[in-house]
Design a protein around this ligand. Structure first.
Ligand code: I3S
Length: 150
């Protein structure tokens, strides 16, 4: 598969191309700016980058390698704020987030999901493929449920 990144020896759950736009940032409405992003779901992090290569290097820039006993444990730290965040490269934390199928008034596009984070970011993610968006809906719902109480 396309998931090459590891966290605590766990491969990422899902990755692939999606169209994404923020609609709210820190609780404030922002102008839509649909871009196609390589999207990676890893643990409770949902990462957006321009391309798969950028996603890989961006995440590995934020990797901390720790040797715990005999096992090599890979832990990464993603910067939620600060210089590492840009319009095309950013991540959101899914702890306490919600995901739902977006209502028609949110977008004229088909197959749109709305993700709301605890920090007041709202994203729309979209694919022209019904089955791709359904897979993402399942994966995101699962990730949100698994990490809800952390
Ligand atoms: O929700 P909106 O404002 O109708 O979103 C559309 C606009 O953002 C539009 O751009 P400008 O109005 O900034 O020129 C985009 O091109 C559209 O894609 C947006 O709507 P959809 O329905 O595609 O999410």
């Amino acid at each position: 598969s396309t998931c090459l990144l590891e966290t605590n020896n766990k491969p990422c759950e899902k990755s692939g191309p999606l169209n994404v736009t923020k609609i709210t940032e820190h609780g404030k409405k922002v102008r839509k700016n649909w871009t196609s992003s390589w999207t990676v779901l890893q643990g409770s992090q949902l990462i957006f980058a321009k391309s798969q290569a950028v996603a890989t290097s961006w995440v590995s820039d934020n990797l901390i390698f720790a040797n715990l006993g005999r096992e090599r444990v890979f832990t990464y730290v993603l910067f939620q704020f600060g210089s590492h965040q840009s319009k095309t490269e950013f991540s959101v934390d899914l702890k306490g987030a919600t995901v739902e199928k977006a209502s028609k008034d949110k977008s004229s596009k088909k197959h749109v999901l709305e993700v709301k984070t605890q920090r007041g970011t709202e994203l729309l993610i979209q694919s022209d493929s019904d089955s791709i968006i359904n897979e993402w809906f399942k994966a995101l719902t699962e990730a949100i449920n698994i990490h809800a109480w952390e």
